[in-house]
Design a protein around this ligand. Structure first.
Ligand SMILES: *Cc1c(COP(=O)(O)O)cnc(C)c1O
Length: 337
């Protein structure tokens, strides 16, 4: 897996820490939980899109692009990291924000990521929920081309084989740290959405014959669809890397029992997980992804899905900025004295 063959810019403060969650492990009575701090990737308050953007912005620059176009939900962490990465490399950025979450409080549309997008200088357009958002990128690219720009289209979540390379790098990093720490990793668990993170991790761990299994906790699509999406992208990533053979379908496992009312809709489990990690470990999860991912992990632990002595690594994919879009869910107004 010779990753320096691919155009790449440096955006990530890596390696991100791999550290034990001692208090949470004790609270739950095992297994041994660890956390991979990809919330601390460094760019624009961090998160998992930063690793993908190293290869995507690298590719954009290699192709002579002047303007990046991407899409996401209103509180997209991907859009926030993309605009910051684009600006840092002298590129303009336009983002299409899908009104995907219904009946959210006003903060959802005004604070958190969508506020930071504006500070980073992104041109924002909105779209109604339910469109094929990646298909919406094409006409915007045409418009920019006609205006003399060289557009570079990045799909939602940065999830194509080029972006997934960022999580092949993360798989290599986790394995290196585990070997250094003398830690035998039994499982890696994380929140899965547009599938690039899991596809990259699975392609990396399989390609290195690590024996490490990955479980994605879904935040949007039903299970079968999610596994199909991850498997297809992981296979494409394998091909891009030039790894021979098929990526086994059995290496792709998602659990989509923790989506609740839908993408971005709070669940009791998510609220509990966010509070637990904050109050036991001093770590902020997010309401849309890592909070639901951790809620799934906690519930599976309570149901006995892991042995007490297993070593489980939760990949914290970031997103805490999104908490400010969910002020009504977590806080109550304090009356000034
Ligand atoms: C995008 C995102 C994910 C999901 O990663 P995918 O590669 O889209 O599956 C998880 N957590 C956070 C905080 C994200 O922003």
């Amino acid at each position: 897996m010779h990753l320096s063959r691919f155009p790449r810019v440096k955006l990530t403060q890596a390696p991100t820490p791999l550290e034990p969650l001692l208090n949470l492990s004790k609270h739950l009575g095992g297994p041994n939980l660890y956390i991979k701090r990809d919330d601390s990737t460094g760019l624009a308050t961090g998160g998992n899109k930063t690793r993908k953007l190293e290869f995507l912005i690298g590719d954009a620059l290699a192709k002579g692009a002047t303007h990046v176009v991407t899409q996401g939900a209103t509180q997209s962490n991907h859009v926030r990291q993309t605009v910051a990465a684009a600006r840092k490399h002298g590129l303009g950025c336009t983002a299409l924000l899908e009104t995907r979450v219904k009946d959210a409080a006003i903060d959802y549309y005004e604070s958190g990521n969508v506020l930071l997008d504006q500070i980073f200088g992104c041109t924002l357009e909105t779209r109604p929920g339910g469109l094929d958002m990646n298909a919406e990128l094409g006409p915007v690219g045409e418009r920019l081309l006609a205006a003399g720009e060289v557009p570079y289209l990045i799909p939602g979540g940065g999830s194509n084989p080029i972006g997934a390379l960022g999580y092949v790098v993360c798989a290599q990093e986790i394995l290196m740290q585990a070997n250094e720490q003398g830690l035998k990793v039994d499982r890696v668990v994380h929140a899965t959405g547009s599938a690039g993170t899991q596809a990259g991790l699975v392609a990396g761990f399989e390609g290195m014959n690590s024996g490490i299994r990955v479980l994605g906790i879904g935040v949007r699509a039903p299970e079968e669809k999610q596994e199909e999406n991850v498997h297809r992208l992981a296979q494409q990533t394998y091909e891009l890397l030039g790894i021979r053979g098929e990526l086994p379908r059995s290496a792709v496992e998602a659990n989509c029992d923790y989506v609740g009312g839908g993408y971005g809709v709070p669940t009791d489990g998510m609220i509990e997980a966010v509070r637990l990690l904050a109050q036991l470990e001093g770590i902020l999860l997010d309401p849309v992804y890592s909070g639901k991912g951790m809620a799934g992990l906690i519930d599976l632990i309570r149901k006995g899905a892991f042995k007490k002595d297993e070593n489980v690594v939760f990949v914290h994919t970031g997103g805490a900025v999104g908490l400010f879009g969910y002020r009504d869910v977590f806080g109550s107004p304090l009356k000034p004295a």
